[in-house]
Ligand binder design. Structure first.
Ligand code: GLN
Length: 478
């Protein structure tokens, strides 16, 4: 069997061209490897052998014909189970959608398949992407491949685990409040939350529509940038997808960082545990050595991000999840009246965290509380976004930790939802303001757990973000 875990997009391409292996061999070995590794982590909910082999056959035909290979030719891809795939069960980690087989593909999936990617399977996640540890999945928690007694982070825990384990070379996740960056940091892989609107949300099952993003996971910065480029850009199926042109990230990120201005927001370093802080500061020094100018900055409204997020996200979720009523998509519990059918279906189909969010969201939107909570949160959101636009007048990129602590033990925070919500203090502002941000591995905590460095850039300046990440990665490889 080939070393699937050692593959990268460029090594696959070179190997296919040199006929060292076929796409069919990659697909077969990746599927076998994913099957055999899955009992350790529970990262995959569904395997997609037919779909992967079909994609492989097309690539092998192209190789045989001597045709130009598309950018992701023969690349094993895992897809978070909140992103729909035609003919392949898509559960959103919920009992509610246990038997849901979508009739269409998300635009991101279509574009990556057109670029030659092969879908290995669908990846476990917190129910409807609500959570920070992947323990809210109706299909059991995911284990962190770097420390099996610990969580992989969430909600895209399966995506981070699959890439860290090497069963997928790249994966898709979704981020509403940190669900790509936080698991990437916990599992020691690269995770990217692009600018809001950079990647079409068509086919991403909605959690909080004004905050939801699709983004890539990969084992290095270049692979993440290649996947983003292949799926980014305007899509007429999503009116919030942007017309802004997609840059050549692969070229731009290789420019040196000398002279780039980097900001360190003080709000992200107060209260950070010392071990994580040390790792982040060492990473900043590395970039300073490469000629970055480092400035202390302030994002003063950061302290409101958590309350603001949990009002807006739950409000939107309560509306988006109203569609799961037993009539379409879902399981159904029969009742004597329509109201009983709705009640019993939702009672049986949703887990505790989802119910908590629907109740919170319904409350903050209700007459009498709307102005005090929802409208106020929207105003605060504008202030948080302004913090970033002000800061980006002074600096080109902002560096911060991703999470205040590394991966915690399975079960450790399950009884305390507020402690769980605190995992997201450093990631929420990226989603609330819509700027691109990512996590890049930057070393280990004293216990040997991965720590992620967070990089923010101006709206649609993913190229600058990748440039910082790539230069940092190269510096630390040496
Ligand atoms: N952990 C956050 C939450 O529970 C973020 C989730 C996400 O980004 N999908 O809402």
């Amino acid at each position: 069997m080939m070393d699937v875990a050692g593959l990268t997009i460029s090594s696959i391409r070179a190997g296919l061209k040199a006929k060292k292996f076929s796409a069919k061999e990659i697909a077969t070995d990746a599927l076998a490897f994913a099957h055999s590794e899955n009992p350790k982590t529970n990262a995959y909910l569904t395997f997609a052998p037919e779909r992967a082999l079909q994609a492989a056959a097309k690539i092998d035909e192209a190789v045989a014909a001597g045709a130009e290979l598309p950018t992701l030719a023969g690349v094993p891809l895992g897809v978070k189970d909140v992103i729909v795939t035609r003919g392949i069960r898509t559960t959103c980690g919920s009992r509610m959608l246990d038997k849901y087989v979508p009739p269409y593909d998300a635009t991101a999936v279509t574009r990556l398949e057109e670029a030659g990617a092969m879908i290995v399977g669908k990846l476990n996640c917190d129910e409807f992407a609500m959570g920070s540890s992947n323990e809210n999945s109706a299909y059991g928690p995911v284990r962190n491949p770097r420390a099996l007694d610990r969580v992989p982070g969430g909600s895209s825990g399966g995506s981070a685990a699959a890439v860290a384990q090497g069963t997928a070379v790249v994966a898709l996740g979704s981020d509403t409040g940190g669900s790509i960056r936080q698991p990437a940091s916990f599992c020691g892989v690269v995770g990217v939350t692009p600018t809001y609107g950079r990647v079409s949300r068509y086919g991403l099952v909605a959690f909080a529509s004004s905050l939801d993003h699709i983004g890539p996971f990969a084992r290095n910065v270049e692979d993440a940038a290649t996947v983003l480029k292949a799926m980014a850009g305007r899509d007429q199926m999503d009116s919030t997808s942007a017309f802004a042109p997609v840059a050549d990230y692969d070229v731009a990120m290789k420019q040196p960082v000398k002279g780039l201005k980097i900001g360190l927001p003080k709000e992200y370093f107060d209260g950070l545990n010392a071990e994580t802080g040390d790792v982040i500061h060492t990473a900043v020094d590395e970039l300073r050595k490469r000629g970055c100018e480092v400035h202390d900055i302030s994002l003063p409204n950061t302290k409101y991000a958590l309350s603001c997020y949990y009002i807006i996200a739950t409000a939107e979720a309560s509306s988006n999840l109203a569609r799961y009523d037993g009539v379409r998509y879902t399981i159904r519990k029969h009742g004597d009246t329509l109201a009983e059918m709705y009640r019993d279906t939702r009672g049986a189909g949703f887990g505790a965290e989802v119910k908590r969010r629907i109740m919170l969201g319904t409350y903050v939107l209700s007459a009498g509380y709307y102005d005090a909570f929802y409208r106020k949160a929207q105003q605060v959101r504008t202030l948080i976004a302004k913090d970033f636009s002000e800061a980006f007048k002074q600096v080109d990129a902002i560096l911060a930790p991703v999470s205040p602590f590394p991966a915690f033990k399975i079960g450790e925070k399950m009884d305390d939802p507020l402690a769980m919500y605190l995992s997201d203090v450093y990631t929420l502002t990226g989603d609330l303001s819509g700027v691109p941000c990512m996590s890049v591995p930057c070393g280990l905590s004293p216990e040997g757990l991965p720590v992620g460095l967070q990089i923010f850039a101006r709206h649609f300046e993913e190229a600058t973000m990748f440039r910082v990440a790539y230069n940092y990665e190269q510096a630390t490889l040496a």
